[in-house]
Write a protein that binds this ligand. Structure first.
Ligand SMILES: *Cc1c(COP(=O)(O)O)cnc(C)c1O
Length: 396
């Protein structure tokens, strides 16, 4: 590494060049259409297997109408952080709907799923406390743990026995938090939540689950993993996002009334970052209501999921441990994963290549996500492209 006194940021040039040389650096592709199953990226119409728009709601007329009406009646911004002057009725209406949806006493909005995780963990733990966390948990959980100052104990992915040993060894700690993603975003597998909840119960730990990829996807009407496993009332803190299946932007915590009261008083993103524009809250509210009224959207999502996953397996791809609409195609080598993704794009399919630091070294992959909006014909076209690109690059 150079040390250059005239340009103290010169090391960044080296770092970027190094990533470019390895073929893993790239500017994100440019989306030039709405976020839809067939979308225009970098000037090309492609089958889009990259979005978290699970239910196809990003362009739904009911959500657009709700956003437009909120702009007309309430304006474009809340003008303040929640805890000073930016607490709007539309925020509280959405929170009441989310609490009812999650079967909890209360819910609290955050600006994103990221700040919901980071802000919540940091507000309930401090130095001297312990957090027991799955090794593949989302970056926002990891950052929350760091911010809290609590001691981190990381258990191997989905290894409940290891988590138990860590809980047992933490008996002396004042507060212990057991935390997991509900659905893991890079692998598409589901957390062993019933066993984790039992372990938390035995050791008196707080149980927290991040259902960013499970809300609107798993459980009755998309209520998430807690509902999927029948664990209502046994998970103390549920995090969700409004940015994926609910197609807008924002995160939330669902739990007890006092938890929400504490977070409103103490969570730093609530205290120091502006609350949602009313239009964003209004379209999210429309989304949460819509999934409860139109269950057929969810059935379509799962039909597409089964069809596409089976298709990939039949072609001989390694789809890892996926159990949800997130289906990775495991490649291993990071340069090769990027080449595979590029080749797919030439074939008219957008499936992103993921390498370190997004996934562990040596576990590079191309990740696919199907949505309720994908037609059989789109998925068949995508499978054809996977077959051609897979053979061309020797993946199958
Ligand atoms: C996407 C994601 C988040 C962050 O949600 P945003 O609303 O996009 O900030 C948190 N946790 C998991 C597991 C995620 O996949």
């Amino acid at each position: 590494m150079r040390v250059d006194h005239a340009n103290p940021l010169a090391f960044v040039d080296d770092l970027v060049r190094d990533a470019q040389t390895r073929g893993v650096w790239r500017w994100p592709r440019l989306l030039e259409s709405p976020q839809e199953p067939i979308a225009r990226y970098d000037g090309r119409e492609v089958v889009n297997l990259c979005s978290n728009n699970y239910l196809g709601l990003a362009t739904h007329p009911a959500l657009k109408a709700a956003a437009i009406e909120a702009i007309e009646t309430l304006g474009v911004g809340s003008g303040a952080v929640r805890t000073i002057a930016g607490n709007m009725a539309i925020h509280q209406e959405l929170e009441a709907e989310l609490a009812a949806f999650k079967h909890t006493e209360a819910a609290l909005l955050y600006q994103s799923g990221f700040t919901a995780n980071a802000g919540t963990v940091a507000a309930i733990l401090e130095k001297g406390d312990v957090v027991v966390s799955d090794e593949l948990n989302h970056a926002s959980i990891i950052d929350g743990c760091r911010l809290s100052g609590a001691e981190k104990k990381i258990f191997p992915h989905k290894d409940v026995e290891a988590a138990r040993r860590m809980l047992a060894a933490s008996r002396g700690a004042r507060r212990v938090l057991l935390i997991t993603d509900g659905v893991f975003s890079m692998d598409g597998d589901i957390a062993p939540l019933p066993d984790l909840v039992n372990a938390a119960g035995e050791y008196g730990a707080i149980m927290m689950v991040d259902d960013a990829h499970a809300s609107g996807v798993l459980g009755h009407q998309g209520r998430g993993t807690v509902d999927h496993f029948g664990l209502h009332g046994r998970v103390h803190i549920q995090v969700g996002t409004l940015s994926k299946a609910f197609a807008g932007l924002g995160g939330y915590v669902a739990g007890s009334r006092t938890l929400i009261e504490w977070l409103m008083y103490r969570a730093r993103p609530l205290l120091f970052s502006t609350s949602h524009p009313p239009s964003v809250a209004a379209s999210a509210l429309a989304a949460v209501r819509l999934v409860q009224r139109q269950p057929e959207v969810l059935s379509r999502l799962w039909e597409s999921t089964r069809f596409f996953k089976e298709g990939l397996k039949r072609l001989g791809f390694d789809v890892g441990a996926s159990e949800t609409p997130i289906t990775p195609v495991m490649i291993g080598d990071e340069t090769r994963a990027m080449q595979f993704s590029d080749r797919l794009f030439e074939e008219g399919v957008f499936a992103v290549g993921l390498a370190f630091p997004t996934v562990p070294r040596g576990r590079a992959r191309v990740r696919t996500i199907v949505t309720a909006g994908h037609m059989r014909e789109h998925l068949e076209r995508a499978l054809g492209a996977f077959e051609r690109a897979g053979r061309a690059l020797g993946v199958i």
